[in-house]
Design a protein around this ligand. Structure first.
Ligand code: ADP
Ligand code: ADP
Length: 219
């Protein structure tokens, strides 16, 4: 294992498998998993001022404003467990967020090591998001067909109840995919120009995607 800081940014549309893969990579790489969507959902659950600010945007499938999002993620990255790197999932999602991240890391004498772009066709995404279920306790993602729990409706790890996210319903999913193509996909070129982008085929079984990611990250 290298001791050099490793900041890995997973880019990909909603449903591409970022959360699923980040949870697996975290075990392999021993790095914390920083997921902006999870941080927002935590805040919503605890009814914090930040959660209340984010709620309406999330319900519509729109992005939460950059200033709020950047402040939340930067606070997370300043904690000691992120001193030697992190797996970022769902952040950045705009060019302004990417620039803020670059600046914050540069101020620490660090930089992004690699940006895997998990590519998955839109029709597959709609099917994945429609069947996604999350554990109320640990947030782990299952799929009713592609990655089912051992017992329907119950998390394998902690027995928590599985639920469907409100924004995983079809009307909101269409909006989220539109937002992704308009506001987030420009990051692909942004990182390609910086020489850190690696394209990963996300349209294969979960284990095969992890293998491709592992090879790209440790190359
Ligand atoms: P998915 O895993 O399906 O891509 P997330 O859990 O990452 O979805 O995000 C859920 C919602 O949280 C987004 O639709 C958006 O409203 C908000 N959100 C998460 N990350 C960001 C971000 N980096 N910038 C702005 N909004 C975000
Ligand atoms: P993201 O974080 O990018 O929004 P998730 O990791 O939550 O995506 O995955 C979306 C849904 O698709 C979940 O229900 C998950 O179990 C399922 N899934 C993830 N990766 C795969 C895969 N390679 N093949 C089939 N289903 C997958």
């Amino acid at each position: 294992m290298t001791t050099e800081p490793r900041f890995i940014v997973l880019v990909g549309p909603p449903g591409s498998g970022k959360g699923t893969q980040a949870a697996r990579l975290r075990e392999i790489l021993h790095l914390p998993h920083v997921a902006s969507g999870d941080l927002f959902r935590e805040n919503l659950k605890n009814q914090t001022p930040l959660g209340l600010q984010a709620k309406a945007y999330m319900e519509r499938g729109d992005l939460v404003p950059d200033d709020v999002t950047i402040a939340m993620v930067m606070e997370r990255l300043r904690r000691p467990d992120c001193a030697n790197g992190a797996i970022l999932d769902g952040f950045p999602r705009t060019i302004a967020q990417a620039e803020a991240l670059d600046e914050a890391l540069a101020a620490r004498g660090q930089r992004i090591a690699v940006v895997p772009y998990i590519a998955v066709p839109d029709e597959v995404l709609v099917e994945r998001i429609g069947g996604r279920r999350l554990c109320r306790v640990c947030g782990r993602a299952y799929h009713i067909r592609f990655n089912p729990p051992r017992q329907p409706g119950i998390c394998d790890v902690d027995g928590g109840e599985l639920y469907q996210r409100d924004d995983d319903r079809p009307e909101t999913v269409r909006q989220r995919l539109k937002v992704y193509w308009e506001q987030t996909s420009p990051l692909i070129d942004y990182y390609r120009r910086r020489g850190v982008l690696v394209e990963i085929n996300g349209d294969q079984p979960i284990e095969a995607v992890t293998e491709e990611l592992r090879a790209a990250i440790t190359a």
